[in-house]
Design a protein around this ligand. Structure first.
Ligand SMILES: [Cu+2]
Length: 121
């Protein structure tokens, strides 16, 4: 189930969000919500060019990065999410390469419930 929310950017200072070049129809996102019990979708399937939005609905910060920990080099697009305070959300970059991207909470690398896989195909 994909929940698309129209969020009006208020005072939240999001970092530079690159506009996808010529994104013809590929401008879609999938949302992964983090709560005290972990990431809500821990396995998502997307098509190349889509992005993943991480929403921190927990009461503590999380830091979402690409596997492997700690180098985070598999899917640099996921590292654009990074540190999320409670209530914050941020998009990944465009995931254009067909592959599987693992993610984890860099602040809690041993917590299985905060890891997951994004399958791009
Ligand atoms: Cu890490």
């Amino acid at each position: 189930m994909v929940t698309l929310m129209a969020v009006s950017c208020g005072g939240d200072s999001s970092p530079t969000q690159p506009t996808p070049p010529g994104g013809g129809g590929g401008n879609q996102t999938v949302t992964i919500t983090i709560t005290a019990s972990g990431a809500s979708q821990r396995s998502v399937n997307i098509t190349p060019g889509m992005r993943v939005v991480f929403v921190n609905n927990d009461s503590r910060p999380h830091e979402m990065n690409s596997d492997p920990h700690p180098s985070h080099e598999d899917c640099p697009e996921l590292n654009q999410v990074g540190f999320l305070n409670p209530g914050q959300q941020r998009e990944s970059g465009n995931l254009v390469v067909a592959r599987t991207c693992g993610f984890h909470d860099h602040a809690n690398p041993g917590t299985q419930s905060l890891t997951g896989n994004i399958v791009i195909r």
